[in-house]
Ligand binder design. Structure first.
Ligand code: PLP
Length: 399
């Protein structure tokens, strides 16, 4: 990485989110230019040859690297405490590229049984087609993880906190288990961002993000990021991403760079609003259970201030009633928008049983605790009193 890393490493995360990875540009523009170019021009044939041979630094073709994308990658590497980072076309491209960097036919993966739906499909269906097997277990059960490890196991994978109940796993314990068996650990840090949790600093090998969520923060980009050690990232960028091709568009990288300037202030507001909303829901007789690690009653609360700085901006709760009541409630929300995804300025509400977790069988849903009256909110940046007022009026409307 050819930038003033030493100086930037001393900055706080909120400063890095704004300035990290920035390099002076030709015209002195405050905002880094968008290099919306598929290819890069060589001065002469010798220079082209030298770049392909790796004898001269410089860009060749955007699938192999782009200056706008590189700024985002430098910023994320600094924030996560990684040697390097790679931006990808989606969060799923980040998950698949990270896994394919470490796994090949005959290998085995042990993953948490509570992961994002498409990560679940990737691990159980697509990787299986490539001869990579996967065992999914409850990652809060250390013995279950140990029992799942075989001589072919190469990787441990989890998200923490986990959607939609916000269960938190002990990252240091997972790293201990992985080290005892020489396994690579990969953590999906989407719900936290590096401003709230830095798994690499706890010994994790690779971190992935759906940058679609808080990192970009404005709901107008699908993208991902992988951060990790130099040798892993080299393979990921120059074998997996180069040949499978799931690279980010420079325009999307530029939008994320813009979004990240406000990451710290946005996250502070997301967390403040979510805390106040969780307390309100918790004290309301119409809501039977509230799932938010910021509440002292939540099993993940012990990790706040240790593994994770704050509890984040997503919470779930059960409405006193059945499926029809839950759906009626959602339909009566006026400010809260009915949509999946998270991390946007707008507060989003969804009904997991009929939306994100609808592909599950009723039995699998019951086992995962996805009750018919469970609702999930990605708490936005609005004034929290307006969100609470919206809940009050939706409750009043359904009677
Ligand atoms: N990881 C988590 C925790 C997610 O919530 C999501 C999407 O919701 C993904 C990965 C996949 O990200 P993307 O939709 O950007 O591919």
């Amino acid at each position: 990485m050819d930038f003033n890393k030493q100086k930037q490493q001393d900055w706080q995360a909120s400063t890095l989110a704004i300035h990290g990875g920035h390099q002076p540009n030709q015209h002195g523009a405050l905002v880094s230019p968008l290099h919306q170019s598929a290819t890069f021009v060589f001065d002469n044939a010798e220079q082209g040859g030298a770049r392909f041979a790796g004898d001269e630094a410089g860009y060749i073709y955007t699938r192999l690297g782009n200056p706008t994308t590189a700024e985002l990658e430098r910023k994320m590497a600094l924030l996560e405490g990684a040697d390097d980072a790679a931006a990808t076309a989606s969060g799923m491209a980040a998950v698949s590229s990270a896994l394919l960097t470490h796994l090949q036919a005959g290998d085995h993966l042990v993953a948490s049984n509570a992961v994002y739906g498409c990560s679940f499909a990737l691990m159980t269906t697509q990787l299986d087609r490539l001869g990579i097997s996967c065992t999914m277990v409850d990652f809060s059960d250390e013995q279950a993880i140990r029992s799942a490890i075989t001589p072919a196991t190469k990787v441990l994978f989890c998200e923490t906190p986990v959607n939609p109940h916000l269960t938190v796993f002990d990252i240091s314990r997972l790293v201990d288990i992985a080290k005892q068996h020489q396994l690579i650990t990969i953590v999906d840090n989407t719900f936290m961002t590096p401003l709230l949790q830095q798994p690499l600093k706890m010994g994790v090998d690779m971190v992935i993000h759906s940058a679609t969520k808080y990192l970009n923060g404005h709901g107008d980009v699908i993208a991902g990021i992988v951060c990790g050690k130099a040798e892993h990232m080299h393979k990921l960028k120059f074998e997996i991403l180069k040949d499978f091709g799931a690279v980010i568009s420079p325009h999307d990288a530029w939008l994320i760079l813009r979004g990240m300037k406000t990451l710290d202030v946005r996250l502070t507001r997301h967390c403040d609003n979510a805390e106040q909303l969780a307390n309100y829901l918790d004290s309301h007789p119409k809501f039977s259970k509230v799932f938010y690690p910021g509440l002292a009653s939540h099993s993940g609360h012990q990790f706040i201030g240790k593994q994770m700085k704050r509890a984040g901006g997503v919470l779930a709760f059960e409405l006193d009633g059945d499926m029809q009541d839950a759906i009626k409630f959602v339909n009566h929300c006026r400010l809260m928008t009915i949509a999946v995804s998270l991390g946007d300025a707008e507060t989003l509400i969804q009904h997991p049983a009929s939306m994100t977790h609808s592909p599950y069988t009723p039995e699998a849903r019951a086992q995962a605790g996805i009750t018919d009256n469970l609702l999930r909110i990605s708490v936005g940046l609005e004034d929290v009193s307006d969100i609470i007022a919206d809940i009050e009026q939706a409750l009043a409307s359904i009677g």
